[in-house]
Design a protein around this ligand. Structure first.
Ligand code: ADP
Ligand code: MG
Length: 592
C-alpha cells in the first residue's frame, strides 16, 4: 500500500500494561492528534487492539461501552488509509444513526493532522443525495448503519473494491436490532484481502458465528470494566417495592452528587409515567421512548448535554448509543430481563474517564435476577439504602450552607441585615439562632423531619426506623390526587400552612362530617380547630392550624373512620422545586 502513514508492525504481546501511546507504533500524525485531544495513557483495549490491528491481524474485542473502543479501531483504521486515493477504504458499521455520527466525529478528530482525509457518516432517515455526492467526491472512511450502507451498495453509490478495513462496532446491538443479515451482506461484499475488527460488549453465540464466518484467525481481546482506565462505575442496588419506586427515585435524585442522571424503564408507558412524576416534583426531567422522533430525541439529548436538563427517563431503545459525559448516575427503575441490556444501560455513565454509579431498584421478588447480572458482569452489586426524608433534608441544608461562603463574598446584604435588625428589634423574644433555623428551613423548602408514627408508606416498606417528613409527598403513586384534584392540593402547598393527612378517602366512602367527628371526638379537638378538608381517592388532607400533640396523634392514628384506621400524619412538605430559594444542585434541580 502506498500509505504515507506506514508504520512498524508491532507485537501486542510486547506491550506492557502501563504503555503510553508512543509505545503503540502509531504514525506521528496520529500520535499528534491524540495528544491534541488530551489522551495520554491508552486504555486497556487500545493498548491491545492498536498493535494487533497495525500488524495486520483481525481482532475480536469484548469490551463494554466507555472503554475507548473508537480510538482502538479508529487509529489503526486511519493508519491503513491511503489518503491520496479518493475511494472508500474503510467501512465502520454501527447500530444507530447517533453512534454513526459520534464515531464519524471521533475519527475525524483523530484525522486533524491528515489533510485530505474525508470521513462520512451515512444513516437512514436522512436524504440519500448528499450522502451520494459526498461518496462521489471520494470519502475514504464511511461510518454508517448497516441498512443504509447496504442501500448504497445496492445502488452502487458505494463501492467496496478498495475497502481494506471493516469495523463492526457494538456488534451485539446490531444483531439485537435485526441487522444480522445486512451485516452479513456488507461483509460478504468486501474484498477478501481486508482486515476486520469486531467489537461487542457481550459474546452471544450469534456473534461467535459472525466472527467464525468473516474473520481470519482473529486475536481475541477481552477487557473487563475494572481493567479499563477510561471509566469506573460503582454498581449498587436497593430493594424497593414496586409502588414506592417513584418516591425512592425522587429521594435518590435529591441527594445524588451526579451532574445528570438517566433512568431506565421498560416500557413507553412507564417512561411517561415516571418522567411526569419527576417533572411534577419540580425536577428538571424529560422522558423519551423509541417512538419519539429522531429530531426531538436529538434536541432532548442536547439539552442533557448542555445542562438544560438533568434527568432523562428513557426506554432501552430510546437510550441506545447515548453518550453524555454529564451522566454520573444510571438508575435501573426496573431490573432488565437480559443481563446484556444491563451492561448497555450502565455503559451510559462513567464516560470520558469520569466516575459513575449504576443503581438498580429490585422488588423483593426480583432478587434472583441480580445473581444473573452478577454472573454476566463478573462483578458483585453492593446493596444500598434509599435515603430517608431526613437525609434528603440534611443534604439540602448542606448544599445550601455550602453556597453561603460564595454568597457572602458577593455581599450586597445590607437590605437583609436591616430587615433582620428591624425584625429582632420588633420581636425581642426571638432568639437569632432560632430565627436562622427557621429561615434555613424555609430556604430548604420542606417541613423538616417529624416524629410521627405512620402506616403504609415508603419508609415502612423499607423497614427503616427513622424520622420522616420532608420531601416526598405523594411518594406512593396510588395515593396521588387524581387529575383535577391536583390543583387544589398545589394551592395548599403554595399556601404553606401545615396540613394533616389521613389514610382514608373517597374510596372508603369518607364524608367530611365523619372526619370532623373523629377529630373532635377521639382527638379532643374543637370544631374551630379543624379547618379546610380535601378528600381524595385514597386519602384526605385537613387543615389543623394549631397542630396536634404527640399523644393526640397517637390516639388518632388508631382511630377508625369509615372502617379504616386514620393513620394521621403531617402531610409531607412541598415538592422539590417549589419556592424560589431552593438550593440548586445535582439532578434534582428545581424549575425555580
Ligand atoms: P466506547 O466506544 O468503548 O464506548 P469511546 O471510544 O466512545 O468508548 O470512549 C469513551 C470516552 O473516553 C470518549 O469521550 C473518549 O474521548 C474518551 N477516551 C477514549 N480513550 C481515551 C484515552 N486513552 N484517554 C482519555 N480519554 C479517552
Ligand atoms: Mg463506542
Amino acid at each position: 500500500m502506498s500509505s504515507a502513514l506506514s508504520s512498524a508492525p508491532s507485537d501486542s504481546a510486547q506491550i506492557p500494561a502501563d504503555a503510553t501511546f508512543s509505545d503503540l507504533g502509531l504514525p506521528p500524525a496520529l500520535e499528534a492528534a491524540i495528544s491534541d485531544l488530551g489522551f495520554t495513557v491508552p486504555s486497556a483495549i487500545q493498548s491491545q487492539a492498536v498493535p494487533a490491528l497495525l500488524s495486520g491481524r483481525d481482532i475480536v474485542g469484548v469490551a463494554q461501552t466507555g472503554t475507548g473502543k473508537t480510538a482502538a479501531f479508529g487509529l489503526p483504521l486511519l493508519a491503513a488509509i491511503d489518503y491520496d486515493l479518493p475511494a472508500v477504504q474503510a467501512v465502520v458499521l454501527t447500530p444507530t444513526r447517533e453512534l454513526a455520527m459520534q464515531v464519524a466525529d471521533a475519527i475525524q478528530s483523530f484525522a486533524t493532522h491528515l489533510p485530505g482525509l474525508n470521513v462520512l457518516a451515512v444513516y437512514g432517515g436522512s436524504p440519500f443525495l448528499p450522502q451520494q455526492r459526498a461518496l462521489a467526491r471520494g470519502a475514504q472512511v464511511v461510518v454508517g448503519t448497516p441498512g443504509r450502507v447496504l442501500d448504497h451498495l445496492d445502488r452502487r453509490t458505494l463501492k467496496m473494491d478498495n475497502v481494506r478495513f471493516l469495523v463492526l462496532d457494538e456488534a451485539d446491538e446490531m444483531l439485537r436490532m435485526g441487522f444480522a443479515e445486512d451485516v452479513d451482506k456488507v461483509l460478504s461484499a468486501a474484498p477478501r484481502e481486508r482486515q476486520v475488527a469486531l467489537f461487542s460488549a457481550t459474546m452471544p453465540p450469534q456473534i461467535r458465528r459472525v466472527a467464525e464466518q468473516h474473520l481470519n484467525r482473529p486475536v481475541e481481546i477481552t477487557v473487563s470494566r475494572q481493567a479499563s482506565t477510561v471509566t469506573s462505575v460503582r454498581q449498587t442496588y436497593a430493594v424497593v417495592p414496586h409502588r414506592h419506586k417513584t418516591g425512592a427515585l425522587a429521594r435518590v435524585l435529591a441527594v445524588s452528587p451526579a451532574d445528570a442522571a438517566i433512568v431506565f424503564v421498560r416500557t413507553r408507558g412507564a417512561a411517561e409515567e415516571v418522567g411526569s412524576a419527576l417533572i411534577e416534583r419540580g425536577i428538571s426531567a424529560a422522558y423519551i421512548s423509541g417512538d419519539v422522533a429522531q429530531t426531538e430525541r436529538e434536541k432532548i439529548v442536547d439539552r442533557l448535554r448542555t445542562g438544560a436538563l438533568d434527568v432523562l427517563v428513557a426506554t432501552d431503545v430510546a437510550a441506545r448509543g447515548l453518550d453524555v459525559d454529564r451522566i454520573g448516575l444510571v438508575v435501573n427503575f426496573d431490573v432488565p430481563r437480559e443481563p446484556e441490556t444491563y451492561v448497555h444501560r450502565i455503559g451510559r455513565t462513567g464516560r470520558a474517564g469520569r466516575e459513575g454509579e449504576a443503581l438498580s431498584f429490585v422488588t423483593p421478588s426480583e432478587q434472583s435476577r441480580l445473581r444473573q447480572i452478577e454472573r454476566t458482569t463478573r462483578q458483585s452489586l453492593q446493596q444500598v439504602e434509599i435515603p430517608s426524608p431526613a437525609e434528603v433534608s440534611a443534604h439540602r441544608v448542606q448544599t445550601l450552607l455550602a453556597r453561603t461562603a460564595a454568597r457572602a463574598e458577593l455581599d450586597r446584604l445590607d437590605l437583609y441585615r436591616e430587615a433582620i435588625a428591624v425584625h429582632l428589634a420588633q420581636n425581642p423574644d426571638v432568639d437569632p439562632f432560632e430565627l436562622l433555623a427557621v429561615v434555613t428551613a424555609l430556604a430548604v423548602g420542606d417541613e423538616g423531619p417529624v416524629a410521627v408514627q405512620h402506616g403504609d408508606d415508603l419508609d415502612d416498606a423499607l423497614s427503616r426506623a427513622h424520622l420522616t417528613g420532608g420531601s416526598d409527598r405523594g411518594n406512593d403513586r396510588s395515593d396521588r390526587p387524581e387529575r383535577g384534584e391536583r390543583r387544589r392540593s398545589d394551592t395548599h402547598v403554595a399556601g404553606g400552612s401545615p396540613r394533616w393527612r389521613v389514610a382514608v378517602g373517597h374510596r372508603d366512602g369518607l364524608q367530611p362530617g365523619a372526619l370532623v367527628g373523629a377529630l373532635t371526638g377521639e382527638g379532643g379537638l374543637t370544631g374551630k380547630d379543624v379547618g379546610k378538608i380535601d378528600i381524595f381517592g385514597s386519602f384526605a388532607l385537613v387543615d389543623i392550624p394549631a397542630g396536634l400533640s404527640a399523644d393526640v396523634i397517637d390516639r388518632l392514628a388508631r382511630t377508625r373512620v369509615a372502617g379504616r384506621p386514620l393513620r394521621i400524619r403531617l402531610d409531607q412538605g412541598p415538592r422539590p422545586g417549589h419556592g424560589a430559594s431552593r438550593p440548586t444542585h445535582g439532578p434534582a434541580r428545581g424549575r425555580s
